[in-house]
Design a protein around this ligand. Structure first.
Ligand code: ADP
Length: 160
């Protein structure tokens, strides 16, 4: 049985903080699936399909990572692909309560699924998709915050 981890999120867009988490967990599993939430309550800059392409391009150096779109509960997707571990990133203390609650809800509805919380690296802990969007909208430089493909895609979006 292969050991599959799922990293769910909005990824609107993928940042270097997300890339760092995926770089670090990919050696630990046979396969990592980055799962883009299709029905996020957040207003988004990119469509789920656009986000998927940007993730694929930002992670092309990792051979055991794939990207999928899903509309529903992460644990339902986990059953479908027979995955055991949900990975989430933890930045400041403010992430903690939400992540703990989600992990407990998921444990209740799918006891076989484990949540793995990975601490953000110190150089990325302040990076968020939301912050990156604010920066881009206000003309700030995005170097080091997102990959070059994402930087270019954001510039194109803001031109329209
Ligand atoms: P969601 O809307 O599900 O929070 P995000 O795309 O914002 O989706 O984040 C997905 C996951 O990545 C979350 O677990 C979040 O805490 C984590 N994350 C976001 N930014 C960073 C970062 N800079 N470093 C580490 N983890 C991060």
């Amino acid at each position: 049985m292969s050991n599959i981890a799922v990293y769910p999120g909005s990824f609107d867009p993928i940042t270097m903080g997300h890339v760092d988490i995926i770089n670090r967990i990919s050696p630990l599993y046979d396969e990592v699936i980055v799962l883009v939430a299709q029905s996020s309550q957040k207003t988004s800059m990119f469509t789920p399909e656009e986000r998927k392409v940007l993730i694929e391009k930002s992670l092309s150096h990792l051979k055991n990572v794939k990207v999928d779109l899903f509309d529903g509960l992460t644990v339902e997707y986990m059953k479908k692909v027979n995955a055991q571990v949900i990975v989430r990133g933890l930045r400041a203390v403010v992430d903690f309560e939400y992540e703990m609650t989600m992990a407990q809800i998921n444990k209740k509805i799918a006891p076989q699924v484990e949540t793995l919380l990975v601490f953000a690296s110190p150089e990325y802990y302040y990076i968020s998709s939301r912050g990156v969007k604010e920066l881009a909208i206000n003309g700030g430089a995005l170097n080091g915050f997102v990959s070059d493909v994402v930087k270019e895609a954001m510039a194109q979006k803001l031109k329209k």
